[in-house]
Design a protein around this ligand. Structure first.
Ligand SMILES: NC(=[NH2+])NCCC[C@H](N)C(=O)O
Length: 298
């Protein structure tokens, strides 16, 4: 059996300030889940903390591209080093963010090793890029575009490895039925299963189809990206962009569990839960429980 290794990636570099003069609190996600004794509950080994650089957008203005780009470009290979080491050792890394820009670390790590897919359970496609928007800026709304090679070279072509993930190797699950990038994703043939479709098909069936198609591909494996905003805001309001009509906890569990239990799954990251938006800490209790039940052995 593979060892589960818990790695903290507490970077908030990819989100806008929640209030002018403040920084996003999602960098406290890892601490909040560890305080729920996640390490023990997963029976995980300690993978340490990949410490991110300071959040400082400097004189950045709309139109200047991705903010904090130099910091993200510096951080991504360091996070990739840590993840790559564990994947090569046969471990199962669980990476606690942070915002969704940390997904680039996993994508780069796996691209160094071979050809991997990504199954993203995410409330939004995070597919903004210079070809579809003039408002590029927050990498956490852009990481799927960046990972598939769309956008500025300092982030899309680290180590000359653009794209880190091929379009055809992406599976997006749980975006809302009205996601602004649906038409573009359909045109690019990037497979999407919206919340409405999860409900119609059944969560277990969605996971099963996702696995079957990823396993059929000529892939070394796949990564799972779990953005807490895939959940409905009635149960998970502590996110930067709460969007109604998300998955129930049970639906998220039923999609997540088969994916992370596949021998082809290389690891998982968890992003965007913001303890600053959660006075009672209920989100941390919920996420730790969800991860424990999804990852627990039978
Ligand atoms: N949970 C997320 N992925 N949030 C990213 C959303 C970014 C937000 N739309 C912005 O551009 O500021």
């Amino acid at each position: 059996m593979r060892r589960t290794v818990l790695i903290d990636a507490p970077s908030n570099l990819g989100l806008r300030p929640p209030v002018p003069g403040t920084v996003p609190g999602c960098c406290k996600l890892a601490g909040a889940l560890r305080e729920q004794r996640l390490l023990e509950r997963l029976g995980a080994q300690e993978g340490g903390v990949v410490v991110p650089p300071r959040y400082d957008r400097g004189p950045w203005r709309d139109g200047d591209g991705v903010f904090n780009a130099a910091a993200i470009a510096g951080y991504t290979p360091r996070l990739a080093d840590r993840i790559e080491k564990h994947v090569r050792a046969g471990d199962f890394p669980v990476v606690l963010g942070g915002d969704c820009s940390i997904q680039l670390g996993a994508a780069l790590a796996l691209r160094r090793i071979g050809r991997y897919g990504v199954a993203a359970l995410d409330g939004s496609a995070d597919f903004r890029h210079p070809g579809n928007s003039t408002r590029v800026g927050a990498a956490a709304g852009e990481e799927l575009a960046l990972a598939t090679g769309r956008g500025q070279q300092d982030l899309t072509d680290l180590e000359g490895l653009r794209p880190y993930v091929r379009d055809e190797d992406v599976r997006l699950i749980g975006i809302r039925d009205d996601d602004e990038y649906r038409a573009e994703l359909a045109e690019l043939k990037i497979p999407v299963t919206t919340v409405g479709e999860v409900r119609r098909q059944g969560a277990g069936e969605v996971a099963h189809r996702c696995l079957a198609s990823l396993e059929a591909h000529a892939l070394n494996g796949f990564w799972v990206h779990f953005d807490a905003d895939v959940l409905d805001p009635t149960v998970m309001p502590a996110v930067d962009s709460p969007d109604p009509d998300g998955l129930t906890v049970e639906e998220a569990h039923d999609v997540l569990r088969p994916l992370v239990r596949s021998p082809r799954c290389a690891g998982l990251n968890v992003t965007v839960y913001d303890p600053d938006l959660d006075q009672e800490g209920e989100g941390a209790v919920l996420l730790a429980g969800l991860l424990e039940s999804a990852l627990a052995q039978p």
